[in-house]
Write a protein of this length. Structure first.
Length: 325
């Protein structure tokens, strides 16, 4: 792992020349029955390793299932999520659990405990990493740093320059996990906070160009870190039919080659299944966003052989059954 300062310097001068994942057809599965929730979506062939990415976004302090008067009544809840994650990891130990930001703001848990409950719950469930959303700054940088003390997972932000702020010791430009011999690189991108958050909430945090920073991250993860799978946790939004100033995951893919999977957030988009976006190289990137409030858990399985993705499949897991509690 290089330091943030060295990473920012390297990203400023990076060029192309990457080993890309081949373009593959994505296999989809609809929301699944409880009995099959933990079962792999793919059957690895001899010599292949199955890697599972579980993900959430915009959980917004929703610790309990949604109340009876909500349109998604009795769905979600961290207890059910914890049970399901445990089942999946028992079925496939090569599993990562990540979040695309906005863990804060939305229920009295945040108003009263200022992020402690959310990060303790995520730590207990066994999250590996999350990126930062705009609402994670709602109480200011210092308050965010205090809440981070209750987290045992990594905070990853590639295009927020947090040098000199209270969160600098906890925020990494990228992380690498090795699962069954497969190196998985994780980096994170955040939306521009100016004009979205009050200035005092993100004082000292600088937003850097996501395209430039993503290109630098992919280059480092592919070439220096020898990652077979590159995953971006994005809190920039999903705009398949963008308006004039919209820039999100699809638009990023059009300018950045080499990302296998984008875990999306920010726009609260309830996607029934993952989508594919075409890179300029002609390869494909998987994009998946699962709404908000922890109602659903996203799952994408990859098979990998000799540092190359051979297949992938995605599924939406519906957290509403009482037997998950």
């Amino acid at each position: 792992m290089i330091t943030r300062r060295k990473f920012l310097t390297a990203s400023a001068v990076c060029t192309a020349s990457l080993a890309f994942t081949p373009s593959l057809a994505l296999h989809f599965a609809r929301a699944r029955s409880l009995d099959s929730f933990a079962a792999p979506l793919l059957e690895p062939k001899p010599g292949e390793t199955l890697v599972t990415i579980l993900h959430t976004n915009d959980t917004h302090s929703q610790i309990d299932p949604l109340p009876a008067n909500d349109r998604n009544a009795n769905k979600g809840g961290v207890a059910r999520r914890a049970t399901l994650v445990k089942r999946v990891r028992k079925e496939n130990p090569n599993t990562l659990l990540v979040d695309a930001g906005d863990a804060f703001q939305g229920t009295p848990y945040f108003n009263l405990y200022r992020g402690e409950v959310e990060f303790k719950a995520m730590s207990a469930i066994g999250y590996d990493a999350m990126t930062l959303g705009n609402h994670d700054f709602d109480n200011g940088v210092d308050a965010l740093a205090t809440a981070m003390k209750f987290a045992t997972f990594d905070f990853v932000s590639t295009n927020y320059d947090v040098r000199g702020t209270a969160i600098e010791p906890r925020v990494k430009p990228y992380v690498v996990r090795e699962l069954g011999g497969v190196r998985v690189g994780l980096f994170g991108l955040g939306i521009k906070l100016e004009g979205l958050n009050p200035p005092e909430t993100f004082r000292g945090v600088k937003h850097l160009d996501p395209v430039r920073m993503a290109r630098g991250a992919v280059k480092l993860l592919r070439e220096r870190e020898k990652c077979a799978l590159v995953v971006c946790m994005s809190h920039m939004g999903y705009y398949p039919e963008p308006k004039e100033n919209d820039f999100g995951d699809t638009q990023l893919v059009a300018q950045v080659d080499g990302i296998d999977f984008i875990v999306g957030g920010h726009t609260h988009t309830f996607m029934e299944r993952p989508a594919l976006a075409r890179q300029s190289s002609g390869k494909d990137t998987v994009i998946f966003q699962v709404g908000k409030s922890g109602i659903y858990l996203g799952r994408v399985d990859f098979t990998v052989r000799e540092r190359r993705v051979t297949a992938f499949a995605g599924s939406l897991l519906d957290l509403r059954d009482a037997s998950l509690a």
